[in-house]
Design a protein around this ligand. Structure first.
Ligand code: KIV
Ligand code: ZN
Length: 526
């Protein structure tokens, strides 16, 4: 199909009919993934990476959800200049006012307001009659327009909504001032043909649809989020909502990297373009994985560790003769390069700063000094330092707002026992010490932490992997803690696996403190 021949292709904002708006919701829907909470610094780093990558709209959070969400949206609105910054709000004045307040500093801002429209959600969740929901659509969109010209409206549970009612709500939302209409497959229930037909139905039946951009928001419960989103594009949608690594509620959302690389690789079949600099995809994927503690599965399309690896002899032989025998896109096009040996203990401050800039980190002088000291300490323990080591090191250094920090750890391990951990933690500026015995050194270390920071969280996951190759590689540890229906992932990196474990546990505890401030998830279902 040719985008310019497609009668349903419209861009009311005057953009080329084949240009797809990439709306990234890693920081909102993605952060709703179990365990994926991020602190302020981490959210800012992700937002900066999304902006550098060319994302059109960054959904930065749900400002009414907590003070932490509000502050994050406000901070992102302050620093992001090239992308539109978006805040989510339910169909209520309070939500919309809070979103508008958080977005105030943004150069380009969008309020995204939503309400459920399916019979099931209206009856069971909202306990509202359809007429009242329809009125709430008009009221919420009109109210949001008082704060910005860029208002998106979503019909939550769109794929289980009756078509007549959906068309009526969309028409009214556009009349009230909505400029983007988002059709979510909230429960990931649709199949591509059906979802494409739904978008086409909206394009054909809503009389004023030419005044808005139609958007997809597909969840991945059946593994069809990307296929459904692309079917939506083929039928007239010109915005795709997606996340890095496909993060999101339950099985996640459509993966940004898969949407973008499909459009780039199969332009012959889907002649649409995006503004994404695809060479940033691998870096963004690693950053999101690192700050959320959610590892990317090895065989994940585009950004998995095996996505460009060739194991079988026949494939390797073919690749050596001509890479396109088994490769439909180049590793370079997604920013994948060999792990580069970068530095060692003789590398200077200047080279270190250049390397950080190349990796996308800009630190002020004081932070650069601290990072350089940490780099020298690492270089004393580890001969060769790779890009991945530096990324892990900066991630550790970026935890300046944490309430709890690991000061020191001494462990007795081995066959003789008892395995013992002597631990010093700094808690809100005060250093405290504890010695604990355990069933192994990790158990002893975690017992010492629990003695210093009593909590009822249960340990759901403990995972170790090496950042790079070699026996002197840094260990990267993931710890998942669960408390009161909420789970968080903590990450720690160090050349000593036990120190990395302590850092990961403490990182998870810090995130739990942030999570405790959030409201109950059922009150905020989105
Ligand atoms: O999945 C969903 O329906 C949502 C809406 C808030 C767009 O996340
Ligand atoms: Zn969603």
């Amino acid at each position: 199909m040719n985008a310019s021949e497609n009668p349903t292709a419209r861009r009311p904002d005057g953009q080329d009919a084949g240009r797809i708006v990439i709306f990234d919701t890693t920081l909102r829907d993605g952060e709703q993934s179990p365990g994926a909470s991020m602190n302020l610094d981490e959210k800012l780093r992700v937002a900066e990476a999304l902006e550098a990558m060319g994302v059109d709209v960054i959904e930065a959070g749900f400002p009414i959800a907590s003070n932490g969400d509000f502050e994050a949206v406000e901070a992102i609105a302050r620093v992001v200049k090239d992308s539109t910054v978006c805040g989510l709000a339910r169909a209520s004045k309070k939500d919309i006012e809070r979103a508008a307040m958080a977005l105030k500093p943004a150069r380009r801002k969008r309020i995204h307001t939503f309400i459920s429209t399916s019979p099931l959600h209206m009856r069971a969740k909202l306990q509202m009659e359809p007429e009242a929901v329809h009125q709430a659509v008009i009221d919420s969109v009109s109210f949001a327009r008082k704060f910005t010209d860029d208002v998106e409206w979503s019909c939550e549970d769109g794929t289980r909504t009756e078509h007549d009612f959906m068309c009526r709500c969309i028409e009214s939302a556009i009349k009230a001032g909505a400029t983007t209409i988002n059709i979510p497959d909230t429960v990931g229930y649709s199949v591509p043909e059906e979802f494409g037909a739904l978008i086409r139905m909206v394009m054909n039946r809503v009389p004023n649809i030419d005044k808005a951009i139609v958007s997809t928001h597909c969840h991945n419960d059946l593994g069809l989020a990307v296929a459904n989103s692309l079917a939506g594009v083929a039928n007239g949608a010109r915005q795709v909502e997606c996340t890095i690594n496909g993060l999101g509620e339950r099985a996640g959302n459509a993966a940004l990297e898969e949407i973008v690389m499909t459009l780039r690789t199969r332009y012959d079949k889907m002649p649409f373009t995006t503004g994404i600099k695809t060479e940033h995809l691998t870096k963004a994927s690693r950053l999101v994985s690192q700050v959320t503690g959610l590892q990317v599965q090895a065989n994940k399309a585009i950004v998995g560790a095996n996505a460009f690896a060739h194991e079988s002899g026949i494939h390797q032989d073919g690749m050596l003769k001509n890479a396109s025998t088994y490769e439909i896109m180049t590793p370079e096009s997604v920013g994948l390069s060999e792990s580069k040996l970068v530095m060692g203990k003789h590398s200077g401050r200047h080279a270190f700063r250049n390397k950080l800039e190349e990796l996308g980190f800009t630190l002020d002088a004081a932070k650069l000094d601290e990072a350089f000291v940490a780099f020298k300490a690492l270089a004393d323990k580890k001969k060769d330092i790779y890009d991945e080591d530096i990324v892990a090191l900066i991630d550790e250094e970026a935890r300046e707002h944490d309430h709890i920090r690991v000061v020191s750890l001494q462990v007795i391990a081995g066959t003789k026992g008892p395995q013992t951990a002597e631990l010093e933690l700094e808690i809100d500026g005060v250093v405290r010490w504890h010695k604990a015995h355990g069933d192994g050194p990790v158990d002893a270390t975690f017992k010492a932490i629990r003695a210093l920071v009593p909590n009822t969280a249960t340990l759901q996951l403990y995972q170790v992997h090496a950042v790079t190759e070699g026996t002197d590689a840094q260990a990267e540890v993931t710890v998942r803690l669960y408390e009161d229906g909420k789970s968080v992932n903590g990450l720690g990196a160090d050349t000593d696996t036990l120190v990395a474990s302590a850092k990961a546990y403490v990182n998870a505890l810090n995130k739990l403190l942030v999570k405790r401030q959030k409201r109950a998830p059922e009150a905020l279902s989105a």
